[in-house]
Design a protein around this ligand. Structure first.
Ligand SMILES: C[S@@+](CC[C@H](N)C(=O)[O-])C[C@H]1O[C@@H](n2cnc3c(N)ncnc32)[C@H](O)[C@@H]1O
Length: 277
């Protein structure tokens, strides 16, 4: 991230969710606040690239990862979980739509301080008051621990919790990513986490690598370079080593079949993971 500046990729992810409502009718993930919190149109964010193949494909993935997280959260709430931590929340709107607030689900939004300040201004500009069930916890994963940030926000580390971590790991160092996953795995109340990750560029067929490299270069130019990617087998081993016993890893073919309603051959790409201890 650029020093002192909010995440620009958070703006783009939010614009993809808004575009999904406007152009796809929220078919995969309905978010009635996505456009309101963005405060501008997706076209204003993406310009002529709005309808490009890469952008349409990315907005499907971003819709799918939010749906996967919120479906997994709903199942966790059904089992009695009453704490939801949104890591690297960006302009995520769950806390302002929380269907489990009356059931006592508390939401903790953790994000880089500069992004969180910007989000709070976006919410105020959109006229979205923050509910009593929401607590903001500013944390820079590279320089502060999640344990300290959450303790200061009133999170109960001895009670069960559900975490989502969408679109963040790729921008962190491997050490920071594993440190946070380790913290989640060690929570004495028991925890579950949903996150996404990308496979190394070297896993792609040679013909697809230049496009991947160009995307990576665009993110780096925004000050948010890709730092951490995993091979699926490697990640499964790391998660098991941290103590996660139940691991679900959906690759591109499984995501397409489950969320897009189309079959596609398996290959490298974005993955969605749910891991529970
Ligand atoms: C691509 S955005 C995803 C935002 C949101 N999860 C979504 O899906 O819309 C990446 C997020 O990671 C956060 N992030 C990046 N580096 C961070 C760090 N070192 N500490 C805390 N958050 C960080 C950014 O502030 C931003 O909110």
């Amino acid at each position: 991230m650029q020093p002192g500046q909010p995440s620009r990729t958070a703006l783009r992810a939010a614009a993809h969710r808004a575009a999904h409502q406007v152009y796809d009718g929220g078919r995969i993930f309905a978010d009635p606040l996505a456009t309101q919190v963005l405060g501008e149109t997706p076209a204003a964010v993406f310009g002529e690239a709005l309808g490009s193949r890469a952008n349409v494909s990315m907005r499907g993935f971003i819709a799918a990862r939010s749906r996967f997280a919120e479906e997994s959260l709903a199942a966790a709430v059904g089992r009695g979980v009453r704490q939801y931590v949104v890591l690297g929340a960006g302009l995520d709107t769950f806390a302002h739509r929380n269907p489990f607030a009356d059931a006592g689900l508390r939401v903790f939004e953790v994000d880089h301080p500069a992004t969180q300040d910007w989000k709070r201004r976006q919410l105020a500009d959109a006229g979205l008051a923050s509910p009593a069930s929401l607590t903001f916890a500013p944390v820079d994963f590279e320089t502060q621990t999640l344990a300290d940030g959450l303790a200061g926000a009133g999170f109960d580390a001895t009670a069960p919790a559900f975490f989502s971590w969408l679109g963040v790991i790729v921008y962190l160092t491997r050490a920071a990513a594993l440190e946070t996953l380790g913290y989640i795995a060690r929570l004495s109340g028991g925890a579950e986490v949903v996150f996404d990750y990308g496979e190394p560029v070297s896993a792609y067929p040679p013909a697809q690598r230049p496009a991947q490299a160009r995307r990576g270069a665009r993110m780096a130019a925004m000050g948010e370079p890709w730092l951490t990617r995993f091979a699926p087998d490697e990640l499964a081993g790391l998660l098991r080593g941290l103590g996660f016993g139940e691991i679900e890893d959906l690759g591109p073919a499984a995501i397409s079949a489950r969320f897009y309603g189309v079959e596609r051959p398996d290959g490298p790409g974005g993955h969605l993971v749910r891991a529970r201890r």
